[in-house]
Structure formats: C-alpha cells, structure tokens
Design a protein around this ligand. Structure first.
Ligand SMILES: Cc1cc2nc3c(=O)[nH]c(=O)nc-3n(C[C@H](O)[C@H](O)[C@H](O)COP(=O)(O)OP(=O)(O)OC[C@H]3O[C@@H](n4cnc5c(N)ncnc54)[C@H](O)[C@@H]3O)c2cc1C
Length: 392
C-alpha cells in the first residue's frame, strides 16, 4: 500500500468550532492511525483478519469509552471528541471503527447506563483498557430491521436464568470476552444480559466470505441452554428502548466515522488527479474530474456541519433519535458516493489495494446497512415529520 499522505480537508474552517481539547484528541487519533493502522490494514483486510495488535492503541487514544467517566476507566470526553475519534479511526478503516463503536457504544454504554455498580466495576475498566473485548447481540437470523420480533429468550430458573436462541451478524463476536445480549423474558419483555465467554452452551462461530468490513471479525452468538447468573442481568432498563438508546450512541459515531472514510477517499483522489497526466495534462485539469472533486468537498463540508451540530445537541442532551438517524443516513450515503466517484478518478489503480478507496467502498456497503439500514432511517425521518408510522 502507498504511504499514508492524508491531509484532512477543512473547507469551511470548522476547526474554529473545536476546542483545544478536541484538536488534541483528534491529533492523537490521527497520528496513531497513520503510524499503526495504515501500514497494516490493507493486508489485514485482504486476509480477512482482525488485527488484534491494534487493540492496545485503540485503548490508548481513548477509543474505548471516550465519553465514559474516568472513574470507570473511560476517557471522560464530550460527544464531539467521541465523534472526532470515530472520524479518524474510520479514515483508516470502517472495520476498525466498528470494533471501537461496538466496544464503546454497544457494550460499555449499556453497562454504564443500565448496569449495576458491581457490573460497572467488574467490566468497564477492563473494556476501556482493551483487556476485555465485548460484542452486542441484537440482530437475529429472522429479525434484522425488526429487532422487537426477536425470539431469543430466557426463563427464570430460581437461582439462574436459562438462555436459548441465536444472534447473527455480530461484530467482535469471535473474540469477545463478554456479550451484551438482548433477549425476552417469559412475559415477552426485552432485557440485556451479560453473557461471558466460557459459559456452557455459549458459542461464537465466525462468519466467513464477507466482501466488506474484512478487517472486522463478525460472527454468530449461539445459546443452547446457557445458565446465566442472575447478577448478569442489566437491572436498570428493559424494553426495546434500551438497545435503541445504545444504537443512538453508535449511530452518532457512525455519522462522524463516515466523514473520515469520505475524507480519505477525497484526499486520495485529489492528490491523484493533480499528479496523474493524460492527454499531456493532469486529469484534475479536466472539467469532468473537477466536477467530481468539487461536489465531493461540498458534500463533505455539509456532512461535517451536520455532525458538528449533532455533537453540540448531544452534549446538551437534546439530540433526538430521528436527528441521529438523519445524520447517519446522510453521511454514510455521502461517503459511499464519494468512494465510488474517487475510485473512478483513480481509473484502474482505484481497484487495487495500493490505495484505500476500494476497501472504503466495500466497507461502506456494510455501514449503510448495519445499525439501521438506509431505508429504515428514512422511515424514521418520515415518521417523525408526518407523525405516521410506515413500518407496519
Ligand atoms: C458486517 C455487519 C456487522 C454487523 N454487526 C452487528 C452487531 O454487532 N450487532 C447486531 O446486533 N447486529 C449487527 N449487524 C446486523 C445489522 O444491524 C442488520 O444487518 C441490519 O439491521 C439489517 O437487518 P437484515 O440484514 O436482517 O436486513 P432486513 O431487515 O431483512 O432488511 C432487508 C431489506 O429490507 C428493507 N426493509 C426492512 N424492513 C422494511 C420496512 N418496514 N420498509 C421498507 N423496507 C424495509 C431494509 O431496508 C433492507 O433493505 C451487522 C451487520 C453487518 C452486515
């Protein structure tokens, strides 16, 4: 792979809206990605292996629990810092960002928000340091966009719960030490359970043959009469709203992360367009290529503004789920379109692993589907503005 020459675009001087702390956090993440991710990520993706050696670095830049309070091992940062970290990581690879998103928003967040003090103390510091890795089991083979229909269930057996069912498409599953699993009790109410590796009847087979997020490990969670100690139930929230709150946090991170992937594609394409000559001049001098690049920077700038404003709303506790849906949907589609256009600017070279663009493009096909598909987020906006539910 070519050396990482990335320079971040900031067409509207958005840095002026950031604090010194935001910039420091972003620089640390950006430098780490250049040093430790860019040199190894292409090979990891080609081999379809999660590069475990980056776990320590992810923890060091605060990517595991950026906004979890320091007393539990988190970085105690605000939402914009969290977003910037996700942006920088996804600039390297969406699969690496997925690992960090799951750990932070889908594992640490529910333990912090809905867990007991004992659960917080037992799991959060180890998850923040990367000593423990976690995964989040909501999706099932027959219930993706409609997780409320889940069939995974547990029964109260007096001194423990008995868990049965299966989850699929679970990021980090193959190596996770702990899974936050959403399952129905005997009355049909959804609860979160902490399922630990080694529990009898619990297995995590790997999902193979992915053409997308190849540097992220994906797997199933299978529960065959797993005895869950009662203290492993998340006590402080139940119902579908609990996992949806986790998804709000993760989707917010994706809205920022997608900008990173888009910036990397744009920056690569811009540099290439200025260097590559055809018909005795740089291809960037042709109007058709300038149109592509000009539209890209316009869309990136709009996405940056959306993400920044959403970050301020989240910092004030005011962001709605629908606002988060809009940003996730817009920014991921924006990134995917930019990846496709950038790849064309590189001509044949665009399909090789010499450049990051094709990898970003394939990764973004998952990002546009997981954490609520593109269509589902549109329906969320539709429902919000009309007051009419088009899901059913
Ligand atoms: C690489 C990867 C990693 C993932 N990681 C995780 C994870 O860590 N944890 C987890 O729980 N899940 C995870 N997922 C699952 C992901 O969230 C689901 O794939 C997603 O929610 C969509 O579900 P589905 O694949 O079953 O598609 P379906 O729900 O079957 O949807 C298929 C199509 O139908 C459309 N559709 C569905 N319902 C409607 C409707 N009412 N109106 C109009 N169109 C509709 C959808 O938009 C989509 O285009 C991951 C997925 C991938 C690909």
């Amino acid at each position: 792979m070519k050396p990482d020459l990335f320079e971040a675009p900031d067409y509207y001087n958005l840095d002026d809206l950031l604090t010194e702390e935001h910039k420091l956090v972003r620089t640390a993440a950006r430098d780490w990605v250049k040093r430790d991710v860019s040199p190894i990520i292409e090979e990891a993706a080609q081999k379809a292996e999660f590069p475990k050696e980056i776990i320590k670095g992810l923890a060091e830049i605060g990517a595991f629990g950026p906004y979890i309070p320091e007393e539990y091992g988190g970085a105690g940062l605000d939402q914009i810092s969290y977003g910037l970290i996700m942006q920088e990581i996804e600039r390297g690879d969406s699969g690496v960002r997925s690992t960090a998103s799951v750990q932070s928003s889908l594992v640490m967040y529910p333990i912090y928000k809905f867990g007991s003090e004992t659960q917080r103390k037992k799991f959060l510091p180890k998850l923040a340091s990367g000593e423990f890795m976690g995964c989040f089991g909501l999706t099932e083979p027959d219930h993706g966009s409609n997780p409320g229909g889940m069939v995974t269930n547990f029964k109260d057996k007096g001194n423990h719960y008995l868990l049965n069912g299966a989850k699929m498409w679970i990021s980090n599953a193959p190596f996770a030490d702990v899974a936050v699993v959403w399952a129905k009790d005997e009355s049909g109410r959804i609860h979160g359970l902490l399922v630990e590796r080694g529990m009898e009847g619990f297995s995590t087979p790997t999902t193979h043959n992915k053409w997308s997020l190849r540097a992220s490990a994906t797997g199933e969670l299978i529960f065959d009469n797993v005895k869950i100690p009662k203290e492993n139930l998340l006590p402080n929230k139940s119902g579908l709203g609990a996992p949806l709150m986790c998804l709000d946090s993760a989707r917010f991170g994706i809205a920022w992360g997608a900008i990173g992937a888009a910036m990397d594609c744009y920056d690569t394409a811009l540099r290439y367009a200025k260097e590559r000559e055809q018909f005795d001049k740089p291809i960037g001098a042709f109007q058709l290529q300038q149109k592509k690049l000009a539209e890209m920077i316009t869309e990136i700038t709009k996405a940056q503004l959306l993400a920044w404003r959403l970050g301020t709303l989240r910092n004030e506790g005011k962001a709605t789920s629908s606002q988060i849906s809009m940003a996730k949907r817009n920014n991921v589609e924006m990134a995917l379109k930019i990846a496709r256009e950038s790849r064309q600017i590189l001509g044949g070279m665009g399909i090789t692993g010499e450049y990051s663009i094709m990898r970003h493009m394939m990764n973004l096909e998952s990002v546009i589907t997981y954490e609520g598909t593109h269509d589902i987020h549109l329906l969320i906006t539709g429902m919000d503005i009309t007051g009419l539910n088009a899901f059913k």
